[in-house]
Design a protein around this ligand. Structure first.
Ligand code: G6P
Length: 608
C-alpha cells in the first residue's frame, strides 16, 4: 500500500524523505517519487521500481534542493507501475504537487470534466485529478480550495500537498487512510506510519477523518472542513526505533518469528489477573452474551485463517454456531446478521478495506462488533464497539507471523472468558486452559530453540514444485495458514486441503515425489490422518508429518516428522504454526526470495 512522508524544516529535505520512505517499504510498492519546493519551483523526481532507483536518480537526495518536500511509495491501483504514474503528481502548470494513499472512486467523471475544460492529464492515476482540481479551483486561498476539492471527492485518501505559492507549508488531509504528523523542533513531518519519522521525533498527532493540517516549520494547525481549529493532543511513541528495524536479523520475518513468545506473553499477561481472564475491553453483559445465537468472524488473509481456527474452538467450547467469513465475500452477499449475532473482526493493520467495510455492514445490521486489532487507533479499532488489541508491536514483514499468533492468543482468551460466563466450562477446565495458555510462550521458545531439523528439512525439500498441506479439524484450519505462508514467500504452489476431502479431487494431483505436509496434532483424529498419509504415499507422495511428541509412532508412518510439545487441543495451532512459519522462511531463504517483500503483495491492503 502507498506510503507518504513529508518534511518541512531547516535541513535539506530529500535525504530524510528517502530514509523515511525506506521505513515504509514494508507497505509494499512498485514505484517512488519526491517533490521539493526549490526556491519557489516544485521539482519532482520519480522512478518505477525499488527505492534504490530513486536514490540513484537523486544521488541519495543530495541533488534535490529545498527544505520542504513530500515523498511517496506507490502500490499501483489505477494505471500500471511506471515513472509517470508514480507520485507526486503535479497540476498542469506545476503550481501544486500531491501525494496520495487511497482511492478516488469518482475520479473518472472528475477527470472527464476537467479534460472538457481543456486540462491535460499526464498519468492514468486517480490521484492526478486531485492536483488538477486544486489548480482548477484555486483563487488565492489554499485552505478554501482544498476544502472545496475534498467536497468533490468520493473515496479514501491521505494526502500531502505542496504549493508553489505557499513555500513554507505542507497541507495534509485524511479520510479513511492513515496519516500521522510528527512534531519536532523547528521541523515537522507527515507520514503514513510511525517508523518513517521515529529517527526524528516521538511526538505525533494522529490525523482523524476530514481533518486538514497546515504544517509549518514552527507549528502545526489542524482544522475541520468548516475551517474551525481542532485542538489535538499529542501522543508520545514509547517503542524503540529498533523495534521497527531488523535488530540484527537478516529479515524482519525471522525477527518477528523469534519475537512470538514475547508478543504472546505481552498480549495475554495483562488480561490474566489472579487466575482469571479479565477482558475489560468487552462491554457486553453476561445476559447480552447469552443472547447471541451466532458468531460471525470477518477478516482477510491470515487473519481469516485465525477466524477458521476460532470457528472450531468457539463451536466446541461455547456451542454457538460460528462462521468464519472472508470479508470481501461477506460484504456483498446480503448476510444473515442481526442483533443476535456477535461479530468478531480480526485485522493486524486495522485498515484493511474489505474488513473495514464488512464490519460496517455487520454494524448496519445491528450486530455488536468486537475487533481484534494490532495497530492502535486504526480505523477498525475505532469503529468497532469493543476492541481487544494484540500487543505484537509493529509487524513489518508482509507475511504475518507474530500478529497471527497473538490473534490466536486473543481467541483463546475469548473462548475461556465466554465459556466461563456461559457456564460451558468447569472450574477444572478453566484452570487447565489458563495454565496451558500461560505455558504457550515457553513452549514456542522451546520449538524456536530446537529448529535445526526444520532448517535441514527445508534445505532438502526446497526444490518442490507443488506442496499439499492436509489436516483435519483444527489441523485443517492451521493447514490454511501453513500453505499460505509457504506460497506467499517462496512462490511454490501449495494448497491446503481438508484431509478427508482429498479423495474427492486433489488426490489426482499426487504423483511420485509430491510433497505432502500432514498435520497430525489433533489427538482425536490421528487414526484418520494416518490413513490419509498412507493414501498419498501409495500414490508416491513424500510425507512430512507434524505431530506432538506424544506420537513418536508417526515416525514409522511418514518419511519425516517434526515434533512439537503437547498442549490442550484448542491451543495446538499456536505451537504447530511455528515450524510451518520456519519451514516457509527457510525454503524461501534457500530460494533466494525477497522474503520481507514478496512480489505483488502488500502488508496493508487499504483498497478493495
Ligand atoms: C494482506 C497481508 C496479509 C494479511 C491480510 C489482512 O494481504 O499480506 O498478511 O493477513 O492483508 O491484513 P490485516 O491487516 O487486516 O490483518
Amino acid at each position: 500500500m502507498c506510503g507518504i512522508v513529508g518534511y518541512i524544516g531547516e535541513e535539506q529535505a530529500a535525504p530524510f524523505l528517502l530514509s523515511g520512505l525506506e521505513k515504509l517499504e514494508y507497505r509494499g510498492y512498485d514505484s517512488a517519487g519526491l517533490c521539493l519546493n526549490d526556491g519557489g519551483t516544485l521539482v519532482v523526481k520519480k522512478s518505477k521500481g525499488k527505492l534504490t532507483e530513486l536514490k540513484t536518480l537523486t544521488h541519495n537526495g543530495s541533488s534535490l534542493h529545498g527544505t520542504v518536500g513530500i515523498g511517496h511509495t506507490r502500490w499501483a491501483t489505477h494505471g500500471e507501475p511506471s515513472d509517470v504514474n508514480a507520485h507526486p503528481h503535479l497540476s498542469e502548470s506545476g503550481r501544486f504537487a500531491v501525494v496520495h494513499n487511497g482511492i478516488i472512486e469518482n475520479y473518472l467523471p472528475l477527470k472527464e470534466k476537467l479534460m472538457d475544460k481543456g486540462i491535460t492529464f499526464r498519468s492514468n492515476t486517480d490521484t492526478e485529478v486531485i492536483a488538477q482540481l486544486i489548480e482548477y479551483y484555486y483563487q488565492g486561498d489554499l485552505m478554501d480550495t482544498i476544502i472545496k476539492v475534498l467536497s468533490r471527492l468520493d473515496g479514501s485518501y491521505a494526502l500531502g500537498v505542496l504549493s508553489k505559492d505557499n513555500p513554507d507549508e505542507i497541507i495534509a488531509v485524511r479520510k479513511e487512510s492513515p496519516l500521522i504528523i510528527g512534531l519536532g523542533e523547528h521541523e515537522n513531518f507527515i507520514a503514513s506510519d510511525i517508523p518513517a519519522i521515529l529517527s526524528k521525533t516521538r511526538k505525533i498527532y494522529r490525523l482523524e477523518n476530514d481533518e486538514i493540517a497546515v504544517i509549518k516549520r514552527d507549528g502545526v494547525s489542524v482544522f475541520n472542513t468548516d475551517k474551525e481549529p481542532v485542538q489535538k493532543e499529542y501522543e508520545t511513541i514509547e517503542w524503540d526505533i529498533h523495534a521497527a528495524e531488523k535488530g540484527g536479523y537478516e529479515h524482519f520475518m525471522f525477527k518477528e518469528i523469534m519475537e512470538q513468545p514475547k508478543a504472546i506473553h505481552d498480549t495475554i499477561s495483562p488480561r490474566i489477573k489472579d487466575g482469571r481472564v479479565v477482558l475489560n475491553e468487552i462491554s457486553l453483559t453476561a445476559e447480552q452474551i447469552r443472547s447471541f445465537r451466532k458468531i460471525n468472524i470477518l477478516a482477510c488473509g491470515s487473519a481469516y485463517h485465525v477466524g477458521v481456527v476460532a470457528k472450531y474452538i468457539f463451536e466446541k467450547i461455547l456451542r454457538i454456531p460460528t462462521e468464519a467469513d472472508l470479508a470481501s465475500e461477506f460484504r456483498y452477499r446480503d448476510p444473515i446478521v442481526d442483533d443476535k449475532t456477535l461479530t468478531v473482526v480480526i485485522s493486524q493493520s486495522g485498515e484493511t478495506a474489505d474488513t473495514k467495510e464488512a464490519m460496517k455492514e455487520a454494524k448496519r445490521r445491528g450486530s455488536h462488533v468486537i475487533s481484534i486489532v494490532n495497530v492502535l487507533g486504526s480505523a477498525i479499532a475505532k469503529e468497532s464497539d469493543d476492541v481487544i488489541y494484540t500487543l505484537a508491536g509493529p509487524e513489518i514483514a508482509v507475511a504475518t507471523t507474530k500478529a497471527y499468533s497473538t490473534q490466536l492468543a486473543v481467541i483463546y482468551l475469548m473462548a475461556i472468558y465466554f465459556g466461563d460466563l456461559l457456564g460451558k466450562i468447569t472450574d477444572t477446565e478453566y484452570q487447565n486452559y489458563l495454565s496451558e495458555l500461560l505455558m504457550i510462550p515457553d513452549k514456542i521458545q522451546q520449538i524456536l530453540d530446537n529448529s535445526e531439523n526444520v532448517q535441514y528439512l527445508a534445505s532438502q525439500l526446497f526444490h518442490a514444485d507443488d506442496v499439499f498441506f492436509i489436516g483435519r479439524n483444527i489441523d485443517y484450519a492451521l493447514s490454511l495458514e501453513g500453505s499460505l505462508k509457504l506460497k506467499e514467500i517462496s512462490y511454490i504452489h501449495s494448497e491446503a486441503y481438508a484431509a478427508g476431502e482429498l479423495k474427492h479431487g486433489t488426490i489426482s494431483l499426487i504423483e511420485k515425489g509430491t510433497l505432502v505436509i500432514a498435520l497430525a496434532t489433533h489427538e482425536e483424529l490421528i487414526g484418520k490422518i494416518v490413513s490419509n498419509m498412507k493414501e498419498v504415499q501409495a500414490r508416491g507422495a513424500y510425507v512430512l508429518c507434524l505431530a506432538t511428541e506424544r506420537h513418536q509412532e508417526l515416525k514409522d508412518v511418514a518419511q519425516n516428522t517434526i515434533f512439537i510439545p503437547p498442549t490442550c487441543d484448542m491451543m495446538l495451532p499456536s505451537l504447530a504454526v511455528i515450524p510451518l512459519q520456519l519451514f516457509a522462511y527457510y525454503v524461501a531463504s534457500q530460494k533466494g526470495c525477497d522474503i520481507d517483500k514478496p512480489r505483488n503483495l502488500a502488508k496493508s491492503v487499504t483498497v478493495e
